[in-house]
Design a protein around this ligand. Structure first.
Ligand code: NAD
Length: 297
């Protein structure tokens, strides 16, 4: 089986990026959204990104046009029926994902591979919303933000994924210009399994008075050569998202290292989500970045 036509569910931050890399790699790509407004917003982002690549000389104006021409949008799930692979990038909500995959199962051809871009939900839990035959053609394809720039894709298999389907998915990742890594269906896969405890530990260090926000960030940046410190990264990812992922991983593994520290929970309760809400470990008001004053005792 050869992948020729790609379906993408959701044209948000991740879905639009996935659609862009699929169309750039030469695949006919159709994106399904809940409304034309969401499609328009997502495609505007794609056009802006492609224009930047052309400006920099990474792609030619001809390639830019051809890529855009291979992309189409729809609000009808029926238009995904003949796709060879459908990649889901809708909201991180298990019920919504199960409902969507269940519906898709009765619409898509039997050969269609189903993939989810989830960061933390178990692939197996989504897979069981589909028929026994489809369950063997169900994988995780976990891309990283921003998708057109980040080279990694985690290719996740469940205990039931067919070996040949998995190899097609690994090869598909390469054809998208990514470096695929193989991962089992354990919460967090590889990257979040290692990254989330690190981010949580940085918060515990702050709670325990090991150092200030700025000093812990600088220590990890300059001492370990990381491109940014844990608090800058946490604010970038979103503290609500980090909290949500940590809860799911803690429930899966029941290990303390995945437990969200009280300070993280309180920051989320107080609406300090990071960059997206204007305040997290840092305050981003007036285009600046200063540590948020917090009473830690
Ligand atoms: P987002 O909120 O930017 O986009 C989600 C989009 O899905 C929205 O535009 C929404 O209208 C649309 N949608 C909702 N239900 C739909 C449906 N039934 N059919 C079609 N479209 C639907 O979210 P995002 O950040 O792009 O995240 C999407 C997925 O990718 C989540 O599972 C998330 O965990 C995962 N993910 C996110 C990141 C990240 O850094 N944001 C990284 C890796 C993976």
């Amino acid at each position: 089986m050869e992948i020729k036509k790609v379906g993408v569910l959701g044209c948000g931050l991740m879905g639009s990026g996935i659609a862009q890399v699929a169309a750039s790699a030469g695949f006919v790509t159709v994106v399904k959204e809940v409304s034309p407004e969401f499609l328009e917003k997502g495609f505007k982002g794609v056009e802006k990104s492609l224009a930047k690549f052309t400006e920099k000389g990474t792609i030619t104006a001809k390639q830019q046009k051809e890529t855009r021409d291979r992309l189409s949008g729809t609000t009808s799930v029926q238009d995904l029926a003949d796709c060879d692979i459908v990649i889901e990038a809708i909201v991180e909500n298990l019920d919504e994902k199960r409902r969507t995959f269940g519906e898709l199962d009765s619409i898509c051809k039997p050969e269609t591979i189903f993939a989810s871009n989830t960061s933390s939900i178990s692939i197996t839990e989504m897979m069981t919303a589909t028929s026994a035959a489809r369950q063997q053609r169900f994988i995780g394809l976990h891309f990283f933000n921003p998708v057109p720039l980040m080279k990694l894709v985690e290719v996740v298999r469940t205990i039931l994924t067919d070996e040949s389907v998995y190899e097609i998915a690994v090869d598909f990742g390469k054809r998208l210009g990514k470096v695929p890594v193989r991962a089992g269906d354990k919460s967090g896969f590889i990257v979040n399994r290692l990254l989330v405890p690190y981010l949580l530990d940085a918060i515990r260090a702050l709670e325990e008075g090991v150092g200030s926000i700025v000093d812990i960030d600088n220590a990890m940046k300059l001492g370990c050569g990381y491109p940014m410190g844990p608090f800058t990264l946490g604010d970038f990812v979103g503290l609500d998202t980090t909290y949500y992922i940590a809860e799911i991983m803690f429930n899966e593994f029941r290990e303390k290292r995945f437990a969200p520290p009280p300070l993280l929970k309180r920051m989320v309760l107080a609406g300090l989500y990071g960059r997206k809400s204007g305040r997290g470990f840092y305050d981003y008001s007036n285009d600046s970045k200063n540590p948020t004053p917090m009473n830690l005792v």
